[in-house]
Design a protein around this ligand. Structure first.
Ligand SMILES: [Zn+2]
Length: 226
């Protein structure tokens, strides 16, 4: 055993990582949010999500994939990552995205990862964009560039969770703009929560308007509400 391994083993004993669902000890170096058995219960199929109903409007992404149903404890992890200054949670959630990326056969389908952006003002207030943290980690796994600056959010929007379907569609309409550098590229958007699909759709519309060849979206969790 190397000294470093011995160190990890000691940390395992002192501060073991636990399954977010059942509390089972996973070990300090575990890279997923929970044990296989618990994750299986909330894991979504590797197939793309059903195309959402955007009130007659076409859904621009070629597909949307999500790791989990938007339920506890994933819901709580995402909310803590976003609103309670726990950016470190982006790391285990990015590991889940990486597993989903592999299991869903997304390798080879996309050229560039782009996180769903925040406005500069919102980014300054939070200090980080959790989607950019996850996309950066996923990019290393996927061996693809992460081009955070290629998509910009140009105006403030309300929190989607507080709105109904029609309100969400309206809230994010034309809120994004993409740089010309995306032309001809197949873009995989990285987001935390997929609900009505309206945010992903607006991002995809902006990317397509800038000449992107295709756009898909990979999310941590999907809440397919009515
Ligand atoms: Zn468990």
């Amino acid at each position: 055993m190397t000294l470093q391994n011995a160190g990890w083993r000691a940390l395992d004993v002192l501060f073991p990582k636990r399954c977010a669902w059942c509390g089972k000890v996973l070990g300090f170096t575990a890279d997923a949010c929970g044990c296989d058995k618990s994750r299986e219960a909330v894991r979504l199929p590797n197939a793309p999500l059903a195309t959402p109903d955007l009130e007659g409007e076409a859904f621009f992404p070629i597909g949307a994939w999500a790791c989990f149903a938007y339920e506890e404890p994933v819901r709580g992890m995402i909310l803590r990552m976003k609103y309670e200054e726990e950016p470190a949670l982006a790391q285990p959630l990015a590991q889940e995205l990486a597993q989903k990326y592999d299991a869903s056969g997304l390798a080879g389908q996309f050229d560039v990862l782009i996180p769903v952006p925040m406005t500069p003002k919102a980014l300054k207030k939070r200090g980080y964009n959790q989607c950019a943290l996850m996309a950066g980690a996923l990019a290393v796994h996927a061996g693809l560039p992460c081009e955070e600056a290629a998509l910009r959010k140009t105006r403030h929007t309300e929190r989607q969770m507080a709105l109904d379907r029609a309100g969400r569609l309206q809230n994010v309409r034309d809120a994004f703009t993409a740089e010309a550098g995306v032309a001809g590229k197949r873009i995989l958007l990285v987001d935390d929560v997929f609900t009505t699909g309206s945010t992903a759709n607006e991002c995809a519309k902006a990317l397509q308007a800038a000449g992107a060849a295709a756009c898909g979206v990979l999310c941590v969790a999907a809440s397919l509400i009515e």
